[in-house]
Write a protein that binds this ligand. Structure first.
Ligand code: NOJ
Length: 532
């Protein structure tokens, strides 16, 4: 598999800035590698595959939540943010995995879920048995209901997973009681960020993982957290808000929270944080990237663009505008655990595969940070699953109308053959079923194989790291109709052909890489080329 070659730790990384042009690899821990045969990925499984990731050439990992959780939202409902859920292993497994990653020159960043906790968190359990108005309730957002008997929700906010964002509790004396806010599932009560205890606890969590060797964080719902005073109805404040008009998100008070987080990170010189910020307005998004807030923000405009030159050029410009005037570089992502994998978004089958390969070359050529979602490097597509195996809470909450995100979270195929394709050490039912026919996508089928997607990723990452032409800003160049071309100041030219016919290459000294072979010296449709 070639995974035995352990590269030297990369010495070029400057203190405090290692992340500025890093390639991050997102590990959805449940779906990456299972060491104990229960069909669920775990930290020991991840550790065993670290040489593979080092060989691929990634600089850093982002691990989705592996904390104690009843798994109502697969770990984004955190019952104890400072412990490992037994399904993923132990704190000692975390320490071992981090030590091994660092030995291989790979940084490790972990997820931080500050907007809400699990309803099984000790704080929420205490809140349920305490009286309205008590300090225990003040850690969450409890309110009396509207209407004469309080039977209507306190406002009209909706949950991201469908249905109202409020749930009514039964008071300890058995009477119908207050309501609590949950912007996601009812098992994910929103924390009250006006309560200083909440910040103090988050600071404890930050230090806990940084002291254990974590190199940074991905911050969940980083545009959530703060809520406007009085929790006004959604329409009522629409006109007064910049952003998307939903007072649930992107309230100005959020920035003070990010400044507090940054203060802690600044005590740990090489650490960083990237925010999951679903804010479309460039000026609003920029605010999160001020020097005393987040280091990076995923710009999600690119994941909403179709495979078209005009839409992708606009998305790239949007990302560049977002970071301009801030200390942050752009942060590129095509796929993650919440969205349809880009192989499938771009067309499924051979077409989607081909476009996804070109897409990877496009973002690897751009200035900034690139996040690779596990399995991107072997071209994993979404997998449509039968109703009975769906696990995402949106499926139930939407009354079975929204299938949810399971389709992009299928366990990784490592070896050809049959499920579990080396994901688990023995034949077991994996937590989500893998399809038949995945042998060509298995890691072992692709490593070292000319023309495979894995080989393309490995070569692209190595070139991006080694060649000085991948430096400096980018400038758009004239390009044939339906194509995009740009040049980095360092000298790299990247050409992407979104049409279905071959185009001429620009003049060049050297052709560094193409996503598929040239045809008669021309770049075929749905393909990319790097030239100097
Ligand atoms: C965003 C996470 O990426 C998603 O998976 C999760 O369901 C929500 N935040 C709630 O935490």
């Amino acid at each position: 598999m070639g995974s035995e070659t352990i590269p030297e730790p990369r010495g070029y990384i400057l203190a405090g800035t290692w992340w500025r042009d890093a390639v991050f690899y997102q590990v959805y821990v449940r779906s990456f590698a299972d060491s104990n045969g229960d069909g669920v990925g775990d930290l020991a499984g991840l550790k065993s595959r670290l040489p593979y990731l080092a060989d691929l050439g990634v600089d850093a990992l982002w691990l989705n939540p592996f904390y104690r959780s009843p798994m109502a939202d697969h770990g984004y409902d955190v019952a104890d943010p400072r412990d490992v859920d037994p399904v993923f292993g132990t704190l000692a497994d975390f320490d071992d995995m981090v030590a091994e990653a660092h030995r291989l020159g790979i940084k490790v960043t972990v997820d931080l879920v500050p907007n809400h906790s699990s309803d099984q968190h000790v704080w929420f359990q205490e809140a349920l048995t305490a009286a309205p108005g008590s300090p225990e309730r003040e850690r969450y957002i409890f309110r009396d209901g509207r209407g004469p008997d309080g039977s209507e929700a306190p406002n009209n906010w909706t949950s991201v997973f469908g249905g109202p964002a409020w749930h009514r509790v039964t008071e300890p004396d058995g009477t119908p009681g207050q309501w609590y806010l949950h912007l996601f599932a009812p098992e994910q009560p929103d924390l009250n960020w006006d309560n200083p205890e909440v910040m103090a606890d988050l600071e404890k969590t930050l230090r806990f993982w940084l002291d254990r060797g974590a190199d940074g964080f991905r911050i969940d719902v980083a545009h959530g957290l703060a809520k406007p005073p009085g929790l006004p109805d959604m329409e009522a404040v629409k006109e007064t808000l910049a952003g998307d008009g939903h007072p649930r998100f992107d309230y100005d008070g959020v920035h003070e929270i990010h400044r507090r987080i940054r203060k802690v990170l600044d005590e740990y010189p090489d650490s960083m944080a990237v925010g999951e910020i679903w804010v479309q307005d460039v000026e609003r998004l920029k605010l999160y990237l001020r020097a005393d807030e987040l280091h990076l923000a995923f710009n999600f405009v690119i994941v909403q663009a179709r495979w078209r030159a005009d839409e992708l050029r606009k998305a790239i410009d949007d990302s560049r505008d977002t970071v301009s005037g801030t200390p942050a570089p752009p942060c590129w992502v095509w796929s993650n655990h919440d969205i349809v994998r880009h192989v499938s978004r771009f067309g499924e089958g051979l077409v989607g595969d081909r476009r996804a390969r070109a897409a990877s070359m496009l973002t690897f050529a751009l200035p900034g940070v690139v996040y690779v979602y596990y399995g991107d490097e072997v071209g994993l597509p979404n997998v449509e699953l039968p109703d009975e195996v769906l696990q995402d809470p949106t499926w139930e909450r939407s009354g079975h109308s929204v299938r949810g995100r399971d389709a992009c979270r299928i366990p990784m195929p490592w070896t050809p053959g049959e499920p579990p394709y080396g994901f688990s050490p023995e034949p077991v039912d994996t937590w989500l079923p893998q399809p038949a026919g995945w042998s060509p996508l298995a890691v072992e089928s692709q490593v070292g194989v000319e023309g495979s997607t894995h080989t393309l990723y490995k070569e692209a990452i190595a070139l991006r790291k080694a060649r000085e032409e991948f430096s400096g800003e980018m400038t758009w160049l004239d390009a044939p109709e339906g194509c995009l071309a740009f040049r980095r100041d360092g000298g790299l030219t990247c050409l992407v052909n979104f049409t279905n016919h071959p185009v001429e290459l620009p003049e060049h000294r050297e052709l560094l890489l193409t996503s598929v072979p040239l045809v008669d010296g021309k770049l075929p449709g749905d393909a990319a080329a790097w030239l100097v």
